[in-house]
Write a protein that binds this ligand. Structure first.
Ligand SMILES: NC(=O)C1=CN([C@@H]2O[C@H](COP(=O)(O)OP(=O)(O)OC[C@H]3O[C@@H](n4cnc5c(N)ncnc54)[C@H](OP(=O)(O)O)[C@@H]3O)[C@@H](O)[C@H]2O)C=CC1
Ligand SMILES: O=C(O)C(=O)Cc1ccc(O)cc1
Length: 451
């Protein structure tokens, strides 16, 4: 019998926190032959026991029961509460077990483990860089071997994780937080701000008719923003507020959006063009970027993923029929210009982080790349930014929203984050199930195309 087979027979995997990610892990591990025990809060015990009675994993009363019998325990709980939860159950950890977490930000998680776990316990943490509705196959999975005193601890965790078929990336917790601040924090700031702006304007952008918010790039903005607002607020709050490296990136994003918008208002065409060309050169044409293959996310692939009931062919026909020469109005794409400007201002080469990126980050980079490298689109965008006022109100709300999010994160205000997030979420609530379906199809199509 191989070591992997022996571990499968002899080891118990414990999961504390049976929410979206905990459930995904519990299902995959148990369906692959591992013995899995899980829990959520004590108060949900009866409900969850009944709900999951036909699953291959077992639900226990609470984290004490899970901890005392498990050889590897994964805390899959809100980042904000990791310290108090590890403090509560950590002392019940089985002797010589291994403990890890799934939280999106590793500094508080590792600090909690160091503070509250017995010294005989090894610490090996994980982070699947995708949401619960994405197939883990081929997606990055970070493993952080922070403290292992036994030679086969890491091999055991890798053997367990191999059933996810993800791409394993080994990092320290500091490297993890630095990279995810560069990738996730700014990506989320952008899409959160788009959603906030639309909700302030009280528009569902996909209903605006054939010539506004129409086409592949707009579909990406809408679908990803809706996807983020379908998720739980604490996921985004935790990784933005608690990651020591993330604040600077989020503030830079709002500063870039403000400064670019000011150049547009002042009609400083040359200054805007020069600034964007410098950013373009740095992000897409520097020697290290050129060595990375481009994502080539084509507008035409994305056209069909619209929430609108008017599809693009019909939209074009209708615009022609109505004699609208311009058809789809060029957008200033402020949200995309601002992300590339932010990378440039912070000296971040986004391609360096590809091995450790989430699907949303890759898609955001892919559409930004498309905008900047397709010359006619790039110049039409700058022209629209200066001369076309049809997106001015949207851009103004977008800038205000970006600044609002950056202030909330800077002041580390979880309460305000929750309120602001849920206000927008409520506005879009009726559309979220449909948006999620289309978003999933879009992401699946893009990920399959990029393999
Ligand atoms: N969703 C995503 O896309 C991803 C999330 N992550 C990270 O994974 C972690 C879990 O996220 P996710 O599954 O989405 O969030 P969920 O809110 O769905 O799951 C967290 C669960 O932990 C429960 N919980 C809280 N306190 C305790 C406790 N004392 N004992 C047992 N369970 C407890 C929560 O209960 P209650 O709701 O009552 O508080 C909730 O059911 C987070 O840190 C997140 O940042 C990582 C990758 C992707
Ligand atoms: O892809 C994204 O950025 C998501 O929104 C899903 C997500 C959220 C939190 C994580 O820690 C990892 C992935």
């Amino acid at each position: 019998m191989t070591m992997a087979e022996q571990w499968k027979k002899s080891k118990t995997i414990g999961i504390i926190g049976l929410g979206d990610m905990g459930l995904m892990y519990a299902r995959i591990f148990s369906q692959n032959g591992w013995k899995v025990v899980c829990c959520d809060k004590d108060i949900y015990f009866e409900e969850l026991k009944t709900k999951y009675q036909d699953e291959d994993f077992e639900v226990l009363l609470n984290g004490h029961y899970v901890s005392r019998i498990s050889d590897y325990i994964i805390y899959s709980v809100e980042t904000e509460f990791i310290d108090e939860i590890v403090k509560l159950y950590g002392p019940s950890t089985k002797q010589f077990a291994i403990v890890g977490g799934q939280t999106s930000c590793k500094t508080p998680e590792i600090k909690a483990f160091e503070a509250h776990l017995p010294l005989d316990v090894d610490i090996i943490s994980v982070h699947s860089l995708h949401g619960p509705n994405v197939n883990p196959t081929g997606q990055p999975l970070v493993i952080i071997d922070h403290r292992s005193s036994r030679k086969d601890s890491l091999s055991f965790i890798k053997s367990l994780m191999s059933c996810l078929n993800s791409k394993i990336v080994e990092l320290s917790y500091e490297e993890h937080d630095k990279i995810t601040a560069d990738t996730q924090a700014m990506t989320h700031a952008a899409f959160l701000s788009m959603g906030s702006a639309w909700s302030k304007l009280k528009v569902y952008p996909w209903t605006m008719g054939p010539n506004k918010w129409n086409g592949g790039l707009e579909n990406v903005k809408v679908n990803i923003s809706m996807r983020i607002y379908s998720n739980k607020w604490h996921v985004y709050a935790g990784l933005a507020i608690l990651n020591p490296s993330a604040h600077k990136q989020i503030v830079q994003y709002s500063t870039s959006a403000t400064e670019l918008f000011t150049l547009m208002l002042d009609k400083k065409n040359q200054e805007l063009t020069d600034r964007l060309l410098k950013a373009k050169e740095f992000v897409f044409n520097s020697p290290s970027s050129i060595s990375h293959s481009k994502l080539l996310l084509d507008d035409s692939i994305l056209e069909k993923f619209s929430l609108s009931t008017i599809h693009d062919d019909r939209a074009k026909n209708m615009a022609e029929y109505m004699g609208d020469e311009d058809m789809i109005r060029p957008n200033s794409h402020l949200s995309l210009l601002a992300i590339v400007d932010s990378w440039y201002q912070l000296g971040i080469n986004p391609y360096d982080h590809m091995i450790c990126s989430t699907p949303l980050f890759r898609i955001f980079l892919g559409v930004s790349e498309y905008l900047f490298l397709k010359n006619d689109l790039f110049s039409a965008t700058i022209d629209a930014a200066i001369n076309d006022h049809s997106f001015r109100r949207d851009d103004l709300e977008f800038v205000l929203a970006a600044r609002e999010w950056s202030t909330i994160v800077t002041f580390e205000n979880f309460n305000l984050y929750k309120k602001q997030f849920e206000l927008v979420q409520d506005f879009f609530k009726p559309m979220l199930p449909e948006a999620n379906k289309i978003g999933n199809d879009m992401i699946k199509c893009i990920l399959e195309g990029s393999k």
